[in-house]
Design a protein around this ligand. Structure first.
Ligand code: BGC
Length: 489
């Protein structure tokens, strides 16, 4: 964005006009971004670990079908809370007969302690939860049989097998003194063994996108893509096992697996970045990384808004002659503030006014000012939502499920059959920010064309990161019982 201070006019409306222009995402641009995403995905597959898109293999050889039966557990660590769940499955007739979970906040001293403290805390919570199995009327696992656990661990992991992988780095507020490079599952199993009593086995280690996809797939075979649009952002998809070049003993060439794209790290000259994105990135803990996530993730949208409003306050006097002190503090505006203001449908924008007062400390605002703030929220949310849509259409391009509107040079040329495709999505932006969700879905229709878009459905896969992992544990255990696959190849 050009330096507005030196431009011909610095009133809020011309600032807004420029900002809108530099954030614009016309459909042709989105199509190019989608194509770039598809190309980068292929590059990431062809050059494991060497490209921006890591395209992490999950080593999964099956997805839930609905036929699974029995009692299965999941544990979910991805942020400041830890969840443990159990589900009682009864095949296609009974489906999920019973489900129960607990969620505990992770104490600050554990988040910044040693990995022994962290895994000890997880193990203790698991043991307590497992011990209440019988009290709550769940089927009890036989004494000699292990309880199968699906482990959702939403941190960067170098996965080496379906139930193992080492931590690349601690993120999201965790600052554990050690553990990087260690196998996550081994550490948990050691901690569980130290506790003595429970008979458990982690059968899969998955990312939250994979759990989201698995939960949807349990109900619908057309589910091909899992997306998280929440604090962080990422996607996974169903890929041919043969495409995973680093898999030393892949299943049959036609078999399918799942790839965790880690799309947050996508970057491209095509992305419509503004001064706010550049400033945010430069001041972030990981400059130069997660460029895409920083334009669409809930962790960042509010901070982009703060940066734009601060610049408007400085350059155009949006809030009067003084710069509101709180607006100068990073992360004083959060995405929930933004979505609340953006959801204001009162004619006088009262809600916008009260959020400005509460979050920024500016007591009196004119309707014109509130309207400007509302419009900035709209521009940032619309751009994030439309870029998310481009990411999804990029995946559809890669798997040849996007119609003939996109130029797909990456997939089997003869595969012209139109297949239904379901995109499983979880995360607060999709679930709790209706304007974001609408913008995203409209952009997908625009890109795919109304007719073809009828073959593509987006659906909320709520709590997929937890339940989905239990369903995956069930699917793997079922296959193992049938003798079809070896989990720890
Ligand atoms: C992480 C991904 C995760 C996503 C959504 C990103 O920051 O890198 O692994 O899937 O957040 O939680």
């Amino acid at each position: 964005m050009e330096n507005l201070k030196n431009s011909e006019s610095c009133d809020p409306s011309s600032f807004l006009r420029h900002f809108r222009k530099s954030s614009a995402t016309p459909v042709m641009l989105l199509r190019h971004i989608a194509q770039a995403m598809a190309t980068e995905m292929q590059e990431g597959l062809d050059h494991p670990g060497e490209r921006k898109l890591k395209m992490l293999p999950t080593y999964l050889e099956c997805l839930p079908t609905g036929n699974e039966r029995g009692l299965f557990y999941a544990i979910d660590l991805g942020g400041t809370n830890f969840r443990v769940l159990r589900v009682q499955l009864d095949g296609k007739e009974g489906r999920i007969l019973k489900q129960e979970s607990i969620q505990v906040p992770i104490p600050q001293e554990v988040m910044t302690g040693s990995s022994k403290d962290l895994f000890g805390f997880l193990a203790k919570t698991i043991v307590q939860f497992v011990s209440r199995e019988a009290d709550l009327g769940f089927e009890c696992v036989a004494l000699n049989q292990k309880r199968d656990i699906g482990f959702t661990f939403s941190f960067p992991v170098n996965q080496t097998k379906v139930n193992g992988g080492s931590i690349n780095a601690w993120t999201k507020g965790f600052s554990i003194s050690d553990g990087v490079g260690e196998d996550v599952v081994d550490q948990l199993e050691i901690a569980l063994a130290d506790m003595g009593s429970v008979n458990t086995k982690v059968v899969c280690l998955v990312n939250d996108t994979v759990g989201t996809l698995a939960q949807c797939r349990y109900w619908n075979d057309d589910a091909m893509v899992g997306v998280i649009l929440g604090t962080g952002s990422n996607a996974c998809y169903v890929e041919r096992a043969a495409a995973i070049s680093c898999w030393s003993s892949p299943p049959e060439a036609d078999d399918l697996t799942v790839v965790n794209i880690e799309w947050g790290n996508f970057c491209s000259e095509l992305l419509p970045r503004t001064f706010a994105d550049e400033g945010l990135d430069a001041d972030s803990l990981n400059p130069g990384q997660q460029e895409f996530e920083k334009m669409i993730g809930g962790m960042y949208l509010g901070e982009i808004l703060r940066r734009v409003l601060l610049k408007m306050a400085e350059d155009t006097g949006l809030f009067g002659s003084e710069i509101p002190e709180r607006l100068t503090k990073p992360f004083s505006l959060l995405t929930p503030h933004m979505s609340t203001m953006h959801g204001d449908d009162t004619s006088s924008l009262e809600v916008v006014g009260s959020v400005i007062e509460e979050a920024i400390g500016v007591k009196y605002t004119t309707l014109a000012t509130r309207k400007v703030v509302y419009d900035v929220c709209d521009i940032i949310a619309e751009r994030g939502a439309r870029l998310s849509a481009a990411g999804i259409v990029g995946i559809l391009t890669k798997i040849n499920r996007c119609g003939d509107l996109m130029l797909s040079c990456l997939t089997t040329p003869n595969d012209t059959e139109v297949k239904k495709t379901v995109i499983a999505i979880d995360g607060s932006l999709y679930e709790k920010y209706p304007k974001f969700r609408n913008y995203m879905e409209d952009a997908m229709k625009e890109m795919l064309g109304e007719d073809y878009a009828n073959n593509v459905t987006t659906t909320l896969s709520k709590d997929g990161s937890g339940v989905g992992a239990a369903l995956l544990a069930a699917a793997i255990s079922t296959e193992l019982r049938l003798g079809d696959v070896g989990v720890t190849k």
